[in-house]
Structure formats: structure tokens, C-alpha cells
Design a protein around this ligand. Structure first.
Ligand code: PLP
Length: 368
């Protein structure tokens, strides 16, 4: 059907559902009978307003976001959230607590350290970021403004499978690479953020889900510190993410991706498919007599980013080249760590993972 489409294992920007792309293509020149494309009409128009609200409603439904949470569509990527979290939530009396499980959590902590006081509650560097701590190892202190974690470590391929109960201390999570891939207890978090370019849609929009009571606290802190209004959560909440021009195309396409997810069984089915996809590739690793070596400790393995090495750099290069010849792209590890990585976000099919597992087996039989 889509012979010109590759099996796309990119880490991000990453594969999107072809049905969503086709719908965008079909209505690109004439959106909702406006005679113009979605990127050529006002963000205050009725046609766009419907997209904005529908996308928000779908996200709320799919993630089961409670009513006392705000859903914001911001820009600046997850990286801007590293700074905004600290700017809006850290005052002089409190400390930002960080669980360091990879490069992105380190960056989040570094940005916060430019704004206020931070501390580290867990440092995965000791295990080369192969492990996720047990929840009992991640304990907030009374002076913490929040506890921050990265739910899935895109680069190292590790994932939290249970989250700490932080009591009164708000739990903040960067879910950029596993949002909507499995069910999560939203109530356990006070703030969740995610750049869109993995499971949500194209780069350019960042989703922030924040408890209303935390917006109120953020407002007080932002006023006290007089931070620029454009960086304030309370401002964006008050204006329903329409204070200034939102990234209309990214929000629109995210809406189409969310429709696709809803029509394919929602998050519960994404989770079931995710387990199946992950198992196919982890089995190919585990049944390879050590030819493929998984990077993550088995109990910390990610179901969205499967990281592994081959015996030598040369074999890795040959593996990646052979994969491309077989129509599988994006299997190189992140430039900072090398090796191989299969990113298997929601839009990557079970069949694509079967083809990858088969290729891994046949490559091993030839080169092992
Ligand atoms: N956090 C995680 C977990 C990521 O995987 C990424 C990017 O891949 C980022 C943050 C940075 O996101 P952005 O490029 O949207 O700033």
C-alpha cells in the first residue's frame, strides 16, 4: 500500500501514522471549507478554534486528565520546559530535586541550577545510566519545591515502570518520549510536559499538563520574581494557550494523530502493541547468544527506545547499512552514545518490528 514509506525507527522527529499524514495532505489546500489551508487562517478564527479545542479534548480523553488540570500548548520544545519549570516553581526558600537518569534529566537540572537551588536525589551516572532507581530510592525532602524525573530516557533506552509517591511535593515529569505509549496515573503528577516530535505529532508544539493548584502557586512565584510574561504558566493557562499565535500546524497535526490513536484503541491498545513490539526486539537481543547486547538493565528497559550494541563498531556499521538496504531507517544510536537504537513509538507497526527482529536474526546468523 505504502511501498514508498520506510520502516521508520527514528528517535525523533519520528514516524507518524500514515492515516494522519494523508488526512493532512487531503485537506491542505482547503481546510474545513475555508478555501485556505490551516496555516493561512487566523488563530482566532472559528475553524482554528475548533481544532484547538478538539485537540485538547482528545488529549484529555486519551490520557484521562482530571478536570482540575490545565492542558497547555506551548513552544520552545521540552528544553524550554527545563527552564520554565524552575522559573515558575522555584522560589528562594525551596530547592528543585532531580532524579538523574540520563542526558535529558541532567540538562533539566543544569537549566534549573541557573535559576535557583537544586539537589540530586538519584544519580544514574554510577551505572552509566543503565538503570532506573526503585521508587523507595527517590525521596523528596520538606524543602523541595518539586521532584523532577524523566519518565523515559530516549538516549539510553531506560524507562520508569513505577513512579514515586511524593506526597505534598509536586512530582514533575518530562514524558517527551513515552507520553501516550502506556497508561499513566496522571493524578500522581502535578506537572507533565512533552515535546511533540515522538508520539504526539510534529516538532513545534510542547504539551504541558499542570494541576490548577500548581498554576496558582506558579502565578505567585512568577509575580514575585517578575519573570517575563511569555514564560509564565498562569498567563498561558488564563489565555487557553492563545495569548500569542500558537504553532497552529503542529497542533492541528497532533489532533489528527490523536484521532488516529483514539480510533486504534487509545492508550490501552498502544500499551499492548508496545509490549508486543518491545518483546520482539528484546527477544532478538536475548536469544542472540550475546551477539546483541542490550544497553539497559533488564528491569529498566524502555518500551519506546530499545538500545543495543553489536560486538564491534564495524559490525554495527554493517548492521545499520544492511538495515537501510532493507528499508529500515533510524537505527543508529544517539550521536552522544553510538551503538544502535530502535525507537518504536506508537506509529511504528508490529509488522515493522517483526521485520526488524527477522533482520537481526539473519544478520547474526551471517556475522555471529
Ligand atoms: N526530553 C526528552 C526525554 C527528549 O527525548 C528530548 C528530545 O529528544 C528532549 C527532552 C528535548 O526536546 P526538545 O528538542 O523538544 O527541546
Amino acid at each position: 500500500n505504502h511501498r514508498d514509506r520506510v520502516d521508520n525507527f527514528n528517535g525523533g522527529p519520528a514516524a507518524l501514522p500514515v492515516e494522519a499524514l494523508e488526512k493532512a495532505q487531503a485537506e491542505l489546500l482547503n481546510f474545513a471549507e475555508t478555501g485556505a489551508s490551516i496555516v493561512e487562517i487566523s488563530h482566532r478564527s472559528k475553524a482554528y478554534e475548533a481544532v484547538h479545542q478538539q485537540t485538547k479534548a482528545l488529549l484529555k480523553e486519551l490520557l484521562e486528565v482530571p478536570d482540575d488540570y490545565e492542558i497547555l500548548f506551548l513552544q520552545g520544545g521540552a528544553s524550554l520546559q527545563f527552564a520554565m519549570v524552575a522559573m515558575n516553581l522555584l522560589d528562594n526558600e525551596h530547592t528543585g530535586a532531580y532524579a538523574l537518569t540520563g542526558s535529558w534529566s541532567k540538562k533539566a537540572r543544569e537549566e534549573a541550577a541557573r535559576v535557583g537551588r537544586v539537589r540530586t536525589v538519584f544519580d544514574g551516572a554510577e551505572s552509566e545510566f543503565r538503570t532506573i532507581p526503585g521508587v523507595e530510592q527517590v525521596v523528596p525532602a520538606p524543602g523541595d519545591a518539586y521532584l523532577h524525573l524523566t519518565s523515559n530516557n530516549t538516549i539510553y533506552g531506560t524507562q520508569w515502570h513505577a513512579f514515586p509517591d511524593t506526597g505534598e511535593v509536586p512530582l514533575v515529569a518530562d514524558m517527551s518520549s513515552d507520553i501516550l505509549s502506556h497508561r499513566i496515573p496522571v493524578r500522581q503528577f502535578s506537572l507533565i510536559y512533552a515535546g511533540a516530535q515522538k508520539n504526539l505529532g510534529p516538532a513545534g508544539v510542547t504539551v504541558v499538563i499542570i494541576k490548577s493548584s500548581l498554576v496558582a502557586r506558579a502565578k505567585a512565584i512568577a509575580e514575585e520574581k517578575n519573570i517575563p510574561v511569555i514564560l509564565r504558566y498562569d498567563l498561558h493557562a488564563k489565555h487557553d494557550s492563545l495569548y500569542n499565535t500558537p504553532p497552529v500546524f503542529a497542533i492541528y497535526l497532533m489532533g489528527l494523530v490523536l484521532e488516529w490513536l483514539r480510533d486504534h484503541g487509545g492508550v490501552a491498545q498502544a500499551e499492548a502493541r508496545g509490549r508486543q513490539k518491545g518483546k520482539l526486539i528484546y527477544d532478538a537481543i536475548d536469544n542472540s547468544d550475546g551477539f546483541y547486547r542490550g544497553y539497559a538493565a533488564p528491569d529498566s528497559r524502555s518500551y519506546t527506545n530499545v538500545t543495543f550494541n553489536l560486538p564491534t563498531r564495524e559490525l554495527e556499521q554493517a548492521f545499520l547499512a544492511g538495515a537501510e538496504e532493507n528499508g529500515m531507517i533510524g537505527l543508529g544510536g544517539h550521536r552522544s552514545v553510538g551503538g544502535c537504537r530502535a525507537s518504536i513509538y506508537n506509529a511504528v507497526s508490529v509488522e515493522a518490528c517483526e521485520r526488524l527482529a527477522e533482520y537481526m536474526d539473519s544478520f547474526r546468523r551471517v556475522h555471529g
